[in-house]
Ligand binder design. Structure first.
Ligand SMILES: [Zn+2]
Length: 205
């Protein structure tokens, strides 16, 4: 099941019940951030009939973030160069999460771009949870879409799985300290509006 919540006039959060993974729709920009896990595919298909999506940004290439990419046949996809390499070359190693038993996701690579320029949205490379991970900073709202890098002041992404690296996680979080952040919109769970989330998280690393 997918639950819909209005975050701001422009931002809608769709939360899947399976792993409480979030995808976010930015209405004015017609951008979707992540596509969720494949087990709610038919429900997501119905949802996207109601909205205009002209671009998809993928935070990282785990199946619960990229799982429905195949239903967006003609929509340009933005992901990091490393994520693109994962979905094309190293599928088994990183993307499929064999130990959870997810299904194979076919990504049409001709739609993928690793370049993205936008007035309001800034992409920052933040490996740590998975090589190739990015976060998206919304300069107007001072919101940070974090994927699985950080969920809140006491919760960060796993760094004990293939493609993860604790040292890189630390460096990525340190990189975010220079941003003014009013809220973290994570890849799983609830939006966090606490102050100094990143510096607090660094202390638990
Ligand atoms: Zn992940």
């Amino acid at each position: 099941m997918i639950n819909k919540r209005q975050v701001t006039d422009n931002i809608i959060q769709y939360q899947f019940s399976y792993m409480r993974e979030n995808i976010f729709y930015l209405k004015n920009q017609e951008i979707l951030i992540d596509t969720g896990s494949p087990n709610a595919k038919s429900e997501l298909k119905e949802i996207i009939k109601q909205i205009n999506i002209t671009k998809i940004i993928i935070t990282h290439s785990h199946f619960d973030h990229i799982g429905n990419i195949d239903i967006f046949k003609n929509t340009p996809i933005i992901m990091s160069k490393t994520s693109k390499e994962i979905v094309t070359k190293n599928k088994d190693e990183y993307m499929l999460f064999n130990w959870i038993g997810s299904e194979v996701v076919e990504v049409s690579t001709d739609q993928i771009s690793t370049k993205f320029k936008h007035k309001q949205l800034q992409i920052i490379n933040t490996p740590g949870h998975l090589t190739g991970s990015i976060v998206i900073y919304d300069k107007n709202n001072k919101f940070l879409f974090t994927g699985d890098l950080i969920f809140g002041p006491t919760s960060i992404g796993r760094t004990d799985i293939p493609g993860s690296d604790k040292n890189e996680m630390k460096q990525s979080l340190q990189k975010l300290l220079e941003l003014e952040i009013h809220a973290i919109l994570p890849g799983h769970g609830e939006i966090c509006y606490e102050k100094n989330i990143v510096s607090k998280a660094l202390k638990i690393l």
